[in-house]
Design a protein around this ligand. Structure first.
Ligand SMILES: [Zn+2]
Length: 237
């Protein structure tokens, strides 16, 4: 990524940062943005409001301490902000974040908000305060919303699908959001295939070796930078 001149926002887990302090500090030193992905990777709706609020506060202060930078962005584990737990938006504001990037603007049984605005915007939290939101990127095709932001869609479908999606999104004047977890390009990770079960193993391991090559193409085909810079350029932050 750096060889292509790209920078990124790394939404880090507090539990990982406390064990790998030099890694987080080095990312910040190289000009990347450090954001929070919570402490434990537990979904916010599963944690419940008081524990989720605690993770929002604790992870932010720990990551600021470890990175030596201010932490302004939050990404909920597994996109776990839906219509059922909008209190999380106020938790994010109360913990001092400037923006959230957790909503998948698509209706799925376990995540996403259907009909949600597609690009970065200001939303109104239940308390009436405003918060900047950068939703995951979907491309629209014949009125249907198709996720093109990463994850299994990026690993399992041909690269051309992602390229088509981002080209389409950029053509409408919107910036796109691409995300991935480190394990998605780590072909050396411990093999848990037997424990994961057939469907889980297929989703988890398929395309790992090819994913790094695809990522190189993606950062060559499009310009990527930190979320805070994209929001500042859009006049939101
Ligand atoms: Zn995650």
């Amino acid at each position: 990524m750096e060889s292509a001149g790209a920078r990124a926002t790394w939404f880090c887990l507090g539990d990982v940062a406390s064990k790998h302090r030099t890694l987080i500090r080095e990312l910040a030193r190289r000009g990347h943005e450090i954001g929070s992905h919570g402490m434990s990777h537990a979904k916010l709706d599963r944690l419940g409001e008081s524990a989720a609020r605690r993770e929002l506060v604790d992870s932010r202060s720990l990551l600021e301490d470890v990175s030596g930078t201010s932490v302004r962005g939050f990404r909920a584990p597994s996109f776990s902000i839906t219509r059922r737990n909008l209190w999380a938006l106020d938790g994010i504001l109360d913990a001092g974040y400037a923006y959230d990037s957790s909503v998948f603007p698509i209706g799925r049984p376990d995540y996403g908000i259907s009909g949600f605005p597609l690009g970065p915007h200001r939303l109104t939290a239940p308390s009436g305060r405003s918060l900047i939101e950068f939703p995951m990127t979907v491309a629209t095709c014949f009125g249907a919303r198709m996720p093109v932001s990463g994850g299994g869609y990026f690993r399992l479908l041909p690269y051309a699908v992602t390229k088509w999606g981002f080209t389409r999104v950029n053509a409408t004047g919107r910036s796109g959001m691409f995300y991935m977890h480190p394990w998605e390009i780590d072909a050396e990770q411990p093999d848990l295939r037997r424990e994961a079960g057939a469907v889980g193993a297929f989703r988890h391991y398929t395309g790992l070796a090819a994913t790094e090559g695809r990522l190189r193409r993606l950062v060559g085909d499009f310009a990527f930078t930190r979320v805070d810079e994209v929001l500042a350029a859009a006049g939101l932050l």
